[in-house]
Design a binder for this molecule. Structure first.
Ligand code: ADP
Ligand code: MG
Length: 353
């Protein structure tokens, strides 16, 4: 506040000094002009009875000079106030908000400016945009921390309970029990791996091992791995691969396709499940379509955010589609979710080839 106050005082002081200097210069200038004229050609001043009377201004002239100076100073003061207000007010607002942001209050915003086109208004807008971004990042960080803690807690609690039961002899050691322990550990491992991938992708450091890939072979391998579960649940899988060798990271593509198929298994109603690969307009499209119940339009854009789950979420962590999106974007492409001709959802993963 003090800096802004001194800035406005400095603007006023400079303007008033400028006005004073200009007025004095013009007064003294005309004084000097008439003096030189008189000295060079006294005949031009016939009424002058003695030279001395010309050198000193008359009381009327003194008054005129004082009035001119006063009016000039008044006008300068007025203009300085008018000039400093639109500069100083937004500066003040930004400085005050900045201080609050530094103290940890990220919800603060700087006040508006009457002139929405000035540079000062742009400063306020930029500051507010920065504060908003900071607040959103802070919110996301808190949300992530809470979500990760929540996701880790469940399997760890289950593991501890079972292991405690085993040590205390409450549970009989059996292959089924060890199998369930292993499932929990695998779930934890996957969660950690998904988080690691998303962390790398966020920092732009998700490295791909791109090579010319026979997508038909990759798709078949993934489908073969999950087909028994899909068939058992009542899905009929159809595959159409209409692409030869395509440049991509085969391991990541398998991971993405597996996540999409697992989602169908977990969230879609049993029925036809269609997988298609085709090249369209320089992009390779990997399409997975199911026959219902679909993702509501309102959720379709957010569904790819981490920990975002829809109405049917089963026991998933909500990271599957975020991982698919990270893989698509690392390939320079993207993934969208739209209604499918089959009546459910179509996930369309595409990347330039
Ligand atoms: N094929 C699908 N049909 C309907 N809803 C789906 C489908 N795939 C995903 N979803 C919705 O999207 C949400 C996010 O999916 P995902 O990120 O894989 O998390 P998760 O599967 O762990 O819940 C799911 O919770 C589900 O509600
Ligand atoms: Mg999933």
């Amino acid at each position: 506040m003090r800096e802004a106050g001194s800035l406005s005082r400095r603007i006023i002081r400079s303007m008033v000094s400028l006005a004073l200097v200009t007025t004095l210069l013009s007064l003294l200038g005309s004084y000097a002009f008439y003096a030189v004229w008189f000295l060079l050609s006294p005949g031009s001043f016939p009424d002058a009875d003695s030279a001395g009377s010309y050198w000193l201004p008359t009381p009327l002239e003194w008054g005129w000079m004082a009035l001119t100076i006063a009016v000039a100073l008044g006008a300068a003061l007025l203009f300085a106030l008018k000039l400093s207000k639109p500069i100083v007010a937004p500066l003040n607002a930004v400085a005050e908000s900045l201080r609050q942001v530094a103290q940890g209050n990220l919800s603060v915003r700087a006040g508006g400016d009457e002139n929405p086109h000035g540079e000062a208004a742009q400063l306020v807008r930029d500051f507010n945009a920065m504060a908003e971004r900071l607040e959103r990042m802070d919110h996301e960080r808190r949300f992530w921390n809470a979500a990760i803690a929540h996701e880790l807690r469940t399997p760890v609690t289950v593991l501890r309970g079972r292991l405690q039961g085993l040590t205390e002899g409450v549970f009989e050691p059996s292959p089924a029990l060890f199998c369930s322990l292993l499932t929990q550990v695998e779930g934890l491992g996957r969660l950690i791996e998904d988080l690691r991938l998303l962390g790398l992708a966020e920092n732009g450091r998700l490295e791909l091992r791109q090579e010319l890939t026979d997508l038909e072979a990759e798709v078949t391998a993934v489908v073969r791995a999950i087909e028994p579960s899909l068939q058992e649940a009542g899905f009929t899988v159809s595959c159409h691969v209409d692409a030869q060798q395509v440049l991509c990271d085969p391991v990541r593509m398998r991971q993405a396709l597996l996540a999409l198929l697992e989602n169908a298994l977990r969230h879609a109603v049993p029925g036809p499940l269609r997988i298609q690969v085709r090249i369209l307009g320089g992009n390779c499209h990997l399409l997975v379509e199911d026959c219902g119940p679909g993702v509501p339009d309102t959720l379709a854009a957010q569904i790819f955010e981490a920990f975002q789950r829809g109405a049917s979420h089963g026991h998933g962590s909500g990271l599957g589609l975020a991982v698919v999106q990270a893989i698509a974007r690392a390939h320079g492409g993207d993934v969208i979710c739209r209604p499918s001709m089959l009546g459910g959802t179509a996930f369309d993963l595409c990347w330039p080839v």
